[in-house]
Design a binder for this molecule. Structure first.
Ligand code: FAD
Ligand code: MLT
Ligand code: ZN
Length: 485
């Protein structure tokens, strides 16, 4: 256990003012005059579920400034929460008490890009979409894509080891991130910002910061391998009569599309209906959705349009012609606008759910064959507790990344209520553990799941994680209360 942390004082603010420009320091403590409301956007998480009470937000512009801020916080035992785009879904990006919020928003420059190797080096605060736009004229894409691309930062992506919609094709950030620059809790700058694809020189320290959720240090820059942009992309939404067709469908799709398959994403009927209700993408025709229990979005990315279209058409023929068709219908995009609209039906579920109500989000890895049972089982469980009605839980839905074995189980309620949480936990974690699954496939542990870590990690692993934390952060100032209890 770490010694208790201290609150920021006026003398700390005076000290921060010697490091930062005036516009980079927001504090309700004197000598600046920020109102608490101005800090709301930093203290509240994206879902409106987790809330901190920080008095002070610092927005350094350079790695050196980050280092000097951390040095002071380390000396004074002040907690620090690194914050990127604040789109995290597990309460990791907001304080649990009154820690200083260190926003990376002012560190947003590309440092270098090599169009031959595709290696991009960027400040951690660069927004993912802006990096996509930066590499596009060079015919490259980012190896990661997710619904929050317009606000999440590359540093936040790396800190959470975000998965997203391209993992099936380009693998995880543990593979595509080549180097990192990190400021350690005592202010030491760790320069591992290499641009080498191969570097077997002992322990690969940068891997520890990928997915550490800001508990070991502040990532200030990222070196990442960007793949060449595909010459042709297509997508199709397939309407399935029943969930049991998803697995055989995935097998056929993988086999037939082979190297051009780039996404295989799943939404159940409730998720689809909510996406449409809240204006995410264009609804399919009534005929197309009639009798559909769930939908799969397939994307192809390849080198030659005619070749890919031929493969897709052949796939659709096979799916319709089989003795027992695996799909009811398939809607193939015919234009770039329709391509985006089909994607929006899947990517927009998160936004739709947040408009519908308050969401309990469980991001789990379980065997693909059990996706439906887990969703239906949770619905029945809530029903048996008398919680499935208008005033409590409105919807239980499932969507996610089939190819990665990652189900997003969402429970949408009118409000966050203790009786709903009591019904959901530990129930869902026990179900996950019974499958030897993961309680967090891609969103992380944050503040939401620290108490549940043991459902997916054994004692030996948690013990080693604690030792690593103590070694990097002996005073426990970095993102306290996150990942580890
Ligand atoms: P924040 O939310 O600000 O922070 C997240 C965590 O990282 C916190 O613990 C924070 O302390 C830490 N952190 C942030 N920046 C740094 C840094 N520079 N150094 C050290 N620690 C840091 N996630 C997925 O995995 N896949 C998805 O498909 C996906 N889709 C999403 C869609 C929507 C609409 C939304 C709202 C979220 C989605 N997420 C997804 C979750 C979230 O967007 C990702 O986790 C994202 O990577 C977080 O980036 P951020 O910059 O917003 O980080
Ligand atoms: C997604 O796959 O859409 C994201 O992980 C966000 C979510 O789970 O809602
Ligand atoms: Zn996801």
């Amino acid at each position: 256990a770490f010694a208790p942390l201290n609150s920021v004082t006026e003398s700390d603010i005076t000290h921060f003012a010697t490091i930062l420009s005036p516009s980079s320091l927001l504090s309700t403590l004197s000598p600046t005059s920020t109102s608490p409301e101005e800090l709301d956007q930093f203290n509240n998480d994206w879902m409106g579920r987790f809330r901190g009470n920080s008095t002070t937000v610092v927005k350094p512009k350079t790695t050196q400034e980050v280092s000097e801020i951390l040095k002071r916080c380390y000396e004074k035992r002040i907690g620090v929460v690194p914050q990127g785009g604040n789109t995290g879904l597990v309460g990791g990006s907001v304080p649990v008490n009154d820690e200083v919020i260190l926003s990376l928003a002012n560190m947003n420059k590309v440092r270098s890009f090599d169009p031959v190797s595709g290696i991009l080096v960027a400040d951690a605060g660069c927004i993912l979409q802006s990096l996509t736009d930066y590499v596009a004229p060079h015919n490259h894409i980012m190896p990661i894509d997710l619904g929050a691309k317009g606000s999440c930062q590359i540093g936040g992506n790396v800190a959470t080891n975000a998965g997203g919609l391209r993992l099936l094709r380009y693998g995880s950030l543990h593979g595509t991130v080549l180097g990192l620059e990190v400021v350690l809790p005592d202010g030491t700058i760790l320069d591992q910002l290499t641009t080498l694809r191969k570097d077997n020189t002992g322990y690969d320290l940068k891997q520890l910061f990928i997915g550490a959720e800001g508990t070991l240090g502040v990532i200030t820059a990222v070196s990442i391998l960007t793949p060449p942009a595909p010459q042709a992309s297509n997508n199709v939404i397939l309407a399935l009569p029943s969930f049991d067709k998803v697995l055989p469908l995935y097998q056929v799709v993988k086999q037939q599309l082979s190297e051009i398959l780039s996404a295989f994403e799943f939404i159940d009927r409730t998720a689809y209906d909510l996406a449409v209700k809240h204006g995410q993408g264009r609804a399919l025709s009534d005929e197309d959705v009639e009798g559909a229990e769930c939908f799969v979005l397939v994307e192809t990315s390849g080198g030659r349009r005619e070749h890919d279209e031929e493969k897709l058409s052949h796939l659709l023929e096979t799916l319709f012609e089989a003795d027992k068709p695996l799909i009811n219908t398939g809607v193939l995009s015919q234009s770039p606008a329709q391509f985006s609209s089909l994607w929006a039906l899947r990517e927009g579920v998160t936004e739709a759910v947040s408009k519908e109500g308050k969401a309990y989000k469980y991001d789990i890895s379980v065997p693909l064959s059990s996706f439906k049972d887990v969703v239906d089982g949770t619905r029945e469980h809530l029903h048996s507790r008398g919680l499935l009605h208008d005033k409590a839980v409105k919807h239980v839905l499932g969507y996610g990344h089939v190819g990665d074995g990652n189900l997003h189980l969402n429970i949408v309620a009118d409000a966050y209520l203790p009786e709903i949480e009591d019904a959901l936990e530990p129930y869902i974690y026990q179900v996950v553990a019974s499958h030897r699954g993961s309680i967090s496939a891609e969103h992380g542990i944050g503040a939401m799941k620290t108490h549940a870590l043991h459902y997916s990690k054994d004692k030996v692993s948690i013990g080693l994680m604690k030792k690593i934390k103590e070694m990097f952060d002996p005073r426990g100032i970095m993102n306290p209360g996150k990942v580890l209890e």
